[in-house]
Design a protein around this ligand. Structure first.
Ligand SMILES: Cc1cc2nc3c(=O)[nH]c(=O)nc-3n(C[C@H](O)[C@H](O)[C@H](O)COP(=O)(O)O)c2cc1C
Length: 246
């Protein structure tokens, strides 16, 4: 197996970091790889903000519901969808088009691809980390704190650092391939049975990882998670942009 495959197939998020700071050259190369991700129509509709200020890290950690790794990670990158540049620099556009969910999707996809490139690059350099979408608990506050202009919206953090753990966390099992990879058309005929089996596998995984404290099945855990963070405000925030009101 080559190094890239090994890296991808052995992924697990890391939330416990050493204090070791990350060298500026490494940060630059990580950002460069993010920029080389494919981007819809060459729009490059995202902005990455490096969070160096300790107070800002603390604030983000609080907004994310007290996720300690946000304040402890030596490198925190805030990924934002960015349609501000489109409005300002793309010639001869009707700004109304930017309110379309299509453009929200474009910017979010661009930012996500850039972020995953950055994550893989960082991992290839010996770093580890985790994405944090918990900051969308308060998009308005994040936006204010980071002086995001209209048409720039916070999406998630990428928290990076050197892992404290000597032993790697067990890989979290993914859905059976047949559930997510269909041939020629969407056929969910066998999914119920496969998901039932997968539920048990995930239950075992959590039991093992938490010494029996968590015994949730995948379907239970995802349902709970979804209802704990409905975040209706995210859509409201996007639609509240001054430009979209006229
Ligand atoms: C966009 C995004 C947002 C995420 N937000 C959080 C978060 O707020 N807190 C957290 O601990 N993990 C977060 N994660 C990590 C996921 O929980 C994790 O990737 C998933 O459970 C699979 O586990 P694994 O990465 O260890 O394989 C996020 C992942 C993604 C892709």
């Amino acid at each position: 197996m080559n190094h890239t495959l090994e890296l991808l197939l052995n992924h697990s998020s890391v939330r416990d970091f050493k204090e070791t700071t990350i060298n500026r050259n490494i940060i630059n190369i990580i950002i460069k790889t993010a920029q080389m991700a494919p981007t819809s129509s060459h729009y490059q509709a995202y902005t990455i903000i490096g969070v160096e200020d300790v107070m800002k890290k603390h604030l983000l950690s609080d907004i994310a519901g007290g996720q300690s790794w946000v304040k402890e990670a030596p490198l925190v990158l805030l990924f934002c969808g960015d349609l501000y540049r489109a409005n300002k620099y793309y010639r001869n556009i009707d700004s109304k088009v930017l309110s379309n969910t299509e453009l929200y999707t474009v910017a979010t996809t661009d930012a996500s691809l850039a972020a995953q490139n950055a994550f893989i690059a960082a991992k290839s350099l010996g770093l580890d980390g985790v994405f944090v979408g918990g900051i969308r608990n308060n998009v308005e506050l994040v936006s204010k704190e980071f002086k995001l202009p209209d048409l720039v919206f916070p999406l998630f953090l990428l928290c990076l650092g050197f892992s404290k753990d000597e032993i790697k966390t067990k890989i979290k099992p993914r859905l059976p391939q047949a559930v997510i990879h269909k041939s020629n058309f969407y056929n969910s005929q066998n999914d119920d049975e496969l998901i039932k089996l997968y539920d048990m596998k995930v239950k075992e995984y959590y039991k093992d990882r938490t010494s029996g404290k968590i015994k949730d099945k995948w379907t239970e855990r995802c349902g709970k998670s979804l209802m704990e963070k409905t975040r209706y405000e995210v859509g409201k925030f996007f639609r509240s942009i001054e430009l979209f009101k006229s």
